[in-house]
Design a protein. Structure first.
Length: 460
C-alpha cells in the first residue's frame, strides 16, 4: 500500500515552524517589548523624581540637595535637568578654559620661590567703593588675564591672582565668615596671603616686590610678588590666549575666555548656593522651555541720569523707556511665535512693577516669570546695600541679584542695554553657559566697547 505524501516533504525543517516554536517566539518578542517599555517608564520616573522639588525637600532639609550630601544622585543630572535648581559650570568637571584657569590658579606649592603672584589691592577708600557685583567681576577677569599672561609676556611664566583681605563693601555684616570677597565666593586660589611677599614688612629695596603706580606701568618679570595699583582700572591684555598653549587671539574666541574668567570668579560658597537654589525652585517652573523664553533684565536706578541716592553711583545715561523694552519683546514674538515665557527682573522695583502691568495688558498670553522675594534695593551700587532697603541685609541683596543672573541663564532671547555691565554679563554668560542655544540679543541702549559687542552679537 502506497503511503500518502507528507505536505512538508522536501522542505527545510525551519521553513515552517511548529506551533510551539511560534509560541516561544511570541513570548520572546513580548518579553523584550515589555523590558523596553519598563526601562523607558523607569527612566521617566527617575528623571521626574530628580527634577521634582519633592524629591529633594520632602524631609524639609534642603541641604540634602548638594553634591556633597548626595553625590551619586547629582552625577545623574545633566545641565538640562537643573532647569529649576542651581547649576554653574564646575572647573573640575567642565574642563576647557575654565578648568585651565583653575589649574593655573591652584599650584601644588604656593611657597616655592618660583611661584609668582599678582596681588589685587583694594582701593584706599574701599569702604565707599560703589562698584556692583559685575563691575568687581570684570576687574577680576582683567587682572586674571594680566596674571596668566604676566602682562603679555607668557614666556616669563604666569602669576597667581590673589586678592587682599581688606573689607569688601558688599560683605559688611557678613554672617558666613570675614567681611571680604570670600563671604560670598570661593577663593581665587588655594594660596594664602602668607605665601606672598608682604610689602608692608619687606625691605623697601627688595627685588622680590613691585607695587604698580598705574595700570600700564612696566615692571621686571622676575619680580616674585607684583601688586596692582589701587585704581579701579586694569591693564588690557592684548593676547588673552597666549598662556594656554592653544595659539593666539586671532585663532580663538574672545567671548569664551571672557565668560570662563567670569564663571571662575562667580563660584559661590555652599551657603549662597543653597540660597540661590531655593529661590530658583520657587521661581522657575519645571516645564520651562529655555528655547521659548525671553529674558528682560531691566537696569535702571543708578544707571540713569538724575538718580540721587546717598552712597549710590550717579546716573550715567538716559535710560531707554519701558516702551522700548515692550516693542522689542513684541518683535521677538513676531519672529518666533513659539515663545511662551518672559523672565522679568530689575533692581528698580517701580520700573519692574510698571513693566509687568504693561505686559499683563499688552501680552496677556505670555507667562511672566519673576524673581519672587527679590530685594530690589533700587541701586546697582555696592557700597551701602544695607542702607537702601529696610530690613534687608547685604547677603539678601547679593543672593537676590545672583538669582536674577541664574534665572536669565534659562532664556534664549534678550532685551537689554549693553551700557550696563550687569545686563551685558547676563547676555555673555547665557551665550556660553546658558540653557538655550542660538541666543539673540536686542540692545536698546548700546555701548561701543568690546564687552558690549560680545553681549550684543557674541563676537568683538
Amino acid at each position: 500500500m502506497e503511503a500518502k505524501a507528507s505536505p512538508n516533504r522536501g522542505r527545510s525543517p525551519t521553513s515552517s515552524p511548529s506551533a510551539s516554536s511560534m509560541t516561544q517566539i511570541r513570548m520572546i518578542v513580548i518579553s523584550v517589548t515589555c523590558a523596553i517599555v519598563v526601562s523607558v517608564v523607569n527612566n521617566a520616573i527617575i528623571t521626574k523624581s530628580l527634577l521634582s522639588n519633592d524629591h529633594w525637600s520632602s524631609s524639609g532639609d534642603r541641604s540634602y540637595d548638594t553634591p556633597q550630601n548626595n553625590p551619586e544622585t547629582w552625577k545623574k543630572l545633566t545641565k538640562d535637568q537643573h532647569i529649576n535648581t542651581f547649576w554653574w559650570p564646575s572647573p573640575e568637571e567642565y574642563g576647557g578654559i575654565l578648568g585651565k584657569i583653575h589649574d593655573f590658579q591652584n599650584p601644588s606649592d604656593c611657597s616655592a620661590p618660583s611661584t609668582k603672584f599678582f596681588v589685587w589691592r583694594s582701593r584706599s577708600d574701599n569702604e565707599n567703593d560703589t562698584r556692583g557685583l559685575t563691575a568687581w567681576a570684570h576687574a577680576a577677569s582683567s587682572h586674571m588675564l594680566h596674571a596668566l599672561t604676566d602682562a603679555d609676556q607668557p614666556g616669563a611664566g604666569h602669576r597667581i591672582l590673589i586678592n587682599d583681605d581688606k573689607l569688601f563693601p558688599m560683605a559688611k555684616g557678613c554672617e558666613h565668615g570675614l567681611e571680604t570677597r570670600e563671604c560670598y565666593f570661593e577663593p581665587l586660589t588655594n594660596c594664602k596671603l602668607s605665601d606672598v611677599d608682604d610689602y608692608e614688612t619687606a625691605d623697601p629695596k627688595s627685588s622680590n616686590i613691585k607695587i604698580l603706580s598705574k595700570t600700564d606701568e612696566e615692571y621686571d618679570r622676575n619680580v616674585r610678588t607684583l601688586y596692582t595699583s589701587d585704581s579701579i582700572w586694569f591693564r588690557k591684555v592684548k593676547d588673552m590666549y597666549s598662556w594656554t598653549g592653544l595659539g593666539f587671539n586671532s585663532q580663538h574666541s574672545t567671548i569664551h575666555m571672557t565668560a570662563a574668567s567670569l564663571a571662575y570668579y562667580f563660584r559661590v560658597k555652599p551657603w549662597l548656593r543653597k540660597e540661590i537654589d531655593e529661590r530658583l525652585r520657587r521661581n522657575i517652573p519645571l516645564d520651562l522651555n529655555p528655547q521659548r523664553t525671553i529674558g528682560v533684565p531691566i537696569r535702571r536706578s543708578d544707571k540713569c541720569r538724575r538718580h540721587a541716592i546717598e552712597g549710590s553711583a550717579p546716573g550715567e545715561m538716559e535710560c531707554p523707556p519701558l516702551e522700548e523694552y515692550l516693542k522689542k519683546v513684541k518683535e521677538f514674538l513676531e519672529f518666533d511665535p513659539r515663545i511662551e515665557n518672559v523672565i522679568v527682573t530689575s533692581e528698580d522695583k517701580s520700573a519692574c512693577d510698571e513693566f509687568l502691568e504693561v505686559l499683563k495688558k499688552e501680552l496677556p498670553s505670555l507667562r511672566v516669570i519673576q524673581n519672587i522675594g527679590d530685594v530690589q534695593q533700587g541701586t546697582g551700587s555696592g557700597s551701602k546695600l544695607e542702607a537702601y532697603t529696610e530690613g534687608s541685609s547685604n547677603a539678601e541683596v547679593v543672593a537676590s541679584a545672583l538669582t536674577s543672573l541664574h534665572m536669565h541663564m534659562r532664556a534664549r532671547y534678550f532685551v537689554l542695554t549693553s551700557k550696563s555691565t550687569w545686563t551685558s554679563t547676563i547676555a555673555v554668560m547665557a551665550r556660553v553657559y546658558g540653557f538655550a542655544s542660538e541666543v539673540i540679543v536686542f540692545d536698546i541702549g548700546p555701548n561701543k566697547n568690546t564687552f558690549a559687542h560680545l553681549a550684543r552679537r557674541g563676537c568683538a
